[in-house]
Design a binder for this molecule. Sequence first.
Ligand code: ADP
Length: 930
Amino acid sequence: MATGIVGEFLDLKAETDADVLAMQCGDFYEFFADDAELVADELDLSVSQKSSHGSSYPMAGVPLSELTPYVNALVERGYRVAVADQYETEGGDHAREVVRVVTPGTVLETSDDDARYLAAVVRADGDGPDGPYGVAFADVTTGRFLTTTVADGGDLRAELYRFDPAEVLPGPRVRNDDGLLGAVREDLSGRVTAFGAEAFAAGRAQHAVREQFGRETTDSVGLDSTLAVRAAGAVLSYVEETGAGVLASMTRLTAYGAADRVDVDATTQRNLEITETMRGDADGSLFDTVDHTVTAAGGRLLSEWLTRPRRDRETLADRLDAVEALASAALARDRLREVLGDAYDLERLAARTTSGSAGARELLSIRDTLTLLPALADAVDDTALADSPAVAVLGRVDRDRATALREELAEALAEDPPKAKKGGGLLKEGYDDELDGLIERHEAVNSWLDGLAEREKREHGLSHVTVDRNKTDGYYVQVGKSVADQVPEHYREIKTLKNSKRFVTDELAEKEREVLRLEEARGELEYELFEELRERVAERAELLQDAGRAVAELDALASLATHAARRDWTRPALTDERRLDVEAGRHPVVEGTTDFVPNDLRLDADRGFLIVTGPNMSGKSTYMRQAALIQLLAQAGSFVPARAAEVGLVDGIYTRVGALDELAQGRSTFMVEMQELSNILHSATADSLVILDEVGRGTATYDGISIAWAATEYLHNEVRARTLFATHYHELTTLADHLPRVENVHVAVDERDGEVTFLRTVRDGPTNRSYGVHVADLAGVPDPVVSRADEVLDRLREEKAIEARGGSRGGESGDGERSGGDGDTQQVVFDLSSGSFAGDGSDSGPGSGSVSRNGATAAESEPSAAATDSDTATTEPRAAAGESDAADPVERALDAETRAVIAELSDVDVAETPPVELLSRVQEWQERLD
Ligand code: ADP
């Protein structure tokens, strides 16, 4: 058992649940034993050995003043770090205690401007299948604090994904739900921390919330949901327990409900690349494109608007009014942005004053930012913005109180205070009489000391006299050796140096005592006064947050206006009608990087479901994402990239697009696809916008078509959501004949002399062919492969081996009952070695469907969708090759290699394999067969 300092360290460590402990030992913070090794590894500190009662322990340390960056670096890496400070006991001994645990969700000095949330999640008691859940989010760096209740695990994940918390506290039941916890871990980069279950208990949580906000606030924000309160209470307890000292800056708790926001699930947030691209980069995201904010708080708010779009028309109309006014008043806008550019981050400064970490410079920043308020008002009042909601934004700040605070700070703070909080220079002369008196006396003694050398020279006729001070000797008079024997009698020699001697006198000793006393008294009083001032500022945290919020709002609005003006965006007309009518719309991000061809879009009561066809790479995804992004921008209060747009408000935006990232994560694509589809079918309503970019590709063709078909019927007949559905199943275009609100559109191409030009223009009606081979050419697939693919494609067309059918399917009545296909589908085996077809539409089995598809990679050559009822067995493309059908005469005639190739062929999932890869595999098979 270690004793001494290491023993104390280990004891303290055992008492905390932190990963690492930093313990103050005099002028250093030390890490011992395992912690020293860990810190050394993570942060490149050097380790020494500390001997303690016969044992030796690794030890690493940092000076007191440098602890913060080290702790923050550890916290950035996901560790929770306890800090133990040293204090003096009454008996004069040193003792230590943990004063703070810095965690990813409670760290105050963060390295960027982004919001940084701590989240708590609690699940309802009882045996509900999956939820409901209460979830609360607090950004301790700004005091922002929100809570809500969500229906199930999917909604919970969407909410967590939106806030992307740095630390999550799962309540007792969530903690035991491996599935949910695993999913949350996968979605988020933040840390999951097990925090005492008691904090989530209803009684205790309620108490914590009331203590913090008062009963009235709690009642008035309508926190009737126990779950939301439980989550919020747990957050408060945790913040308190970690000693962050920011509870006072958490001035408000906002309860929000699902009804306020557009439901954008986690998958859709990812698909639409709102704050980061599918590859995980911030560059190239929607936010990155439209962000022209000049303050950190403005950037945070704009990001929040985009990630949490709204449903209430009034709020949106206000924002749009402001954006419109700002967009058309270029000069006033520039002036406003110029003033905003000087603003500091008041929300964060408020948190730092309440935590006690703000120094004089931070208070000066507050003063300077408050000084901007009149300038902001000027920038708005007498300009083209005078009648805009921008005025109301500023109006929400209590300007009189802001002025009072500004004046108070202006009177107190010195103009250029030092960084150090202690040691003088923080406050202005005239701020406090007692302090002024001390300063005066201190300076009088100092000037006496300054003049001493001269006086001594003169009085005693000495040359070479200096007066100085150091740690060991205190103040002394130093006299050159040559004249050292001429000093007067009252000089007492204290030291002999090579060329000089040092002396003190009684008077000097007396002045030294005085100067030290005054120095200390002055420093102490000044710091005390400063702390009082800071506390008075902290008491007005709410005022600072209001002012900070106003700055942020003006900044975000001006940013939207700036982008609208630069890119010629238009104000969307918001309506409650179920429609999305866009004239000459563009994709907000893509338009910045290419010569974009604008397109129209109309979705309304008669035309609620568009099937989008067109060759690969023609622009289907872009067209559909553009629709979703225009919808989202409109409901964030932004202008939209179009000549004109009428946008019916939606309650949710749901997308399902290619599952590249899931593939990378090693999950079964088809399973993921079906989960996403199922989620959409459950969540979407007649007021939602649904974007489906290929459905059913992850399985065999007939399965795929059936699923896509059924999903279309369901969305059209039951859900009635506005829907855009891009598909390579050409068969689905016939749905337009049967379902009244389904229409076809296609992205046009121009084909001349075998050369395909993408026109990027969306037209009514279905397309009739696919151009995968052309894309392979563009992608640089070797010429022989491309020309061979062309040959194969031609053959397929010539021989009409496979007909695209399915016209007779689909329940016109909408009752889901399907009529059978027209039956006589032709099935053939495509012989790769000869490039021709063998056999006909018998139940030939092995790889029949797949073979034809491989050579062609063309949607047009997809097998018919006649796979219904009695046809199902005969057209099943997944029948195992070379096994059950070995009795087939065609099959038996094949050699082993051919059969192997066919077996491989039948295993290929054409729909899921990129055309380029298919082509190269065709080439490989060809070589093996030759
Ligand atoms: P698809 O979904 O049909 O395979 P994409 O939507 O992925 O095609 O678009 C293919 C390429 O065409 C992308 O690089 C995209 O930037 C470009 N593109 C799409 N639509 C347009 C347009 N309207 N104007 C200009 N370029 C476009």
